[in-house]
Design a binder for this molecule. Structure first.
Ligand SMILES: O=C(O)c1ccccc1NCC(=O)[C@H](O)[C@H](O)COP(=O)(O)O
Length: 201
């Protein structure tokens, strides 16, 4: 079954959309002011408390202080962690010890970027073009990929079926392609979810 994560939720309206559309995971960019999608750690619970408990909340962090992540995990504000910076295997293991599964994101620019992903101690790996960039990367680099992966980077209703059929990812992660004018778009989210569920028939 191909799973789908909609990332970059930041408004109460986005939570209402997620509760109606039911992606497999809901992602939140935490404490990263360079992104317009960033949510303050102290405010995150006001969003995740309202999320349908059947949808795990994934906190996405960039080189974050582990104590911040630990607090959000231990208070059950988030149920999964995504590390989207330069986190080492040791940092991944530290975060795993907090009790939530860890997804490690890797930016794929060349075949050499695959081995660290394959070797990662993370519970799951995510292959991306950047950080919520809305860009795809060269999918042909994944021909030799022999570990299940979450595909991210520039996915949208127009290229999602092709991506799934070509690469058979375990899951897909979509942010920009599920927005219009930087606001989450319910129709696009519905389309993406329907395409994923159709591809797995
Ligand atoms: O979305 C962001 O602004 C962001 C900022 C910093 C780190 C990660 C970020 N996004 C992570 C994601 O999980 C996105 O869904 C993934 O990069 C794909 O994004 P897009 O290409 O926009 O679909």
């Amino acid at each position: 079954m191909i799973r789908i994560k909609i990332c970059g939720l930041r408004r109460l309206e986005d939570i209402a959309i997620a509760n109606r559309c039911h992606p497999n995971y809901a992602g939140f960019i935490v404490d990263f002011p360079k992104s317009f999608r960033s949510v303050e750690p102290a405010a995150l619970h006001t969003l995740t408390d309202r999320l349908d408990p059947a949808i795990p909340a994934v906190g996405v962090f960039v080189d974050e202080d582990p104590a911040v992540i630990e607090q959000l995990v231990r208070t059950n504000t988030i149920q999964m962690v995504q590390l989207h910076g330069h986190e080492t295997p040791a940092m991944i293991r530290t975060v795993q010890s907090f009790g939530a599964p860890v997804i490690k994101a890797f930016v794929i620019r060349s075949e050499a970027d695959l081995q660290p992903a394959i070797d990662s101690p993370a519970d799951a790996i995510l292959l991306d073009a950047g950080q919520g960039s809305g860009r795809t990367f060269d999918w042909s680099l994944l021909k030799q990929m022999d570990r299940p992966f979450i595909l991210a980077g520039g996915l949208n209703p127009d290229n999602l079926s092709e991506a799934i059929q070509t690469l058979r990812p375990a899951a897909v992660d979509i942010s920009s392609g599920a927005e219009t004018n930087q606001i989450k778009d319910e129709q696009k989210i519905k389309q993406c979810i329907a395409l994923c569920r159709k591809e797995q028939l």
